[in-house]
Design a binder for this molecule. Structure first.
Ligand SMILES: Cc1cc2nc3c(=O)[nH]c(=O)nc-3n(C[C@H](O)[C@H](O)[C@H](O)COP(=O)(O)O)c2cc1C
Length: 158
């Protein structure tokens, strides 16, 4: 994954940090306070392989993330990881889905332009003959009340 670049951002008013990923790689992250509201009735859908690399996205994924489809396919899902998301949420996600169960949670995702959008995500392991062959994630509009609770809770989980 490439470092984020100031010229891709929607605003000059951003914070500059870096994130370290599960594979040990690091990336410069630039993020702003600009929220993209989740539209009513919209569903963001993606599929990943067993390593978490994106293999399929729908149109809403492209619109909400600000990336082009060909910038997403083949990339790890952590391309959307926001620095304010506690790592414990993702360890719980991977622990749950790799034991063949569904995971639900509220996620603050990072856009290509440094902005963010909150989702309520359901991650489903796709199982054939008792083996996981891929994962599907469906994101819905989150309730404002739950997002407000996460804004209080997540900083305490670091
Ligand atoms: C199907 C699926 C969907 C995922 N969707 C997201 C997502 O929307 N945003 C996100 O930050 N991580 C998502 N993840 C988790 C990432 O794979 C990754 O664990 C997370 O971004 C944290 O990065 P790290 O594991 O490199 O620390 C998803 C994982 C799976 C299996």
């Amino acid at each position: 994954m490439q470092d984020m670049k100031p010229e891709d951002l929607a605003s000059d008013n951003y914070q500059d940090t870096s994130l370290k990923y599960f594979d040990g790689s690091e990336r410069r992250i630039l993020y702003t306070e600009i929220e993209t509201e989740f539209p009513d009735g919209c569903l963001i859908v993606s599929r990943t392989d067993l390593e978490g690399n994106i293999t399929h996205v729908n149109k809403s994924f492209v619109v909400m993330s600000g990336f082009e489809e060909d910038e997403l396919i083949g990339q790890p899902h952590c391309i959307l990881r926001h620095p304010e998301m506690p790592p414990a949420a993702f360890s719980d996600l991977w622990k749950t889905v790799s034991s063949q169960k569904k995971w639900h949670g509220y996620v603050k995702n990072l856009r290509k332009d440094g902005g963010f959008y909150w989702v309520y995500a359901t991650v489903i392991p796709n199982i054939r003959n008792g083996e996981i062959i891929s994962y599907t994630s469906v994101r819905r509009k989150p309730s404002a009340k739950k997002v407000a609770e996460c804004i209080e809770l997540y900083p305490t989980l670091f």
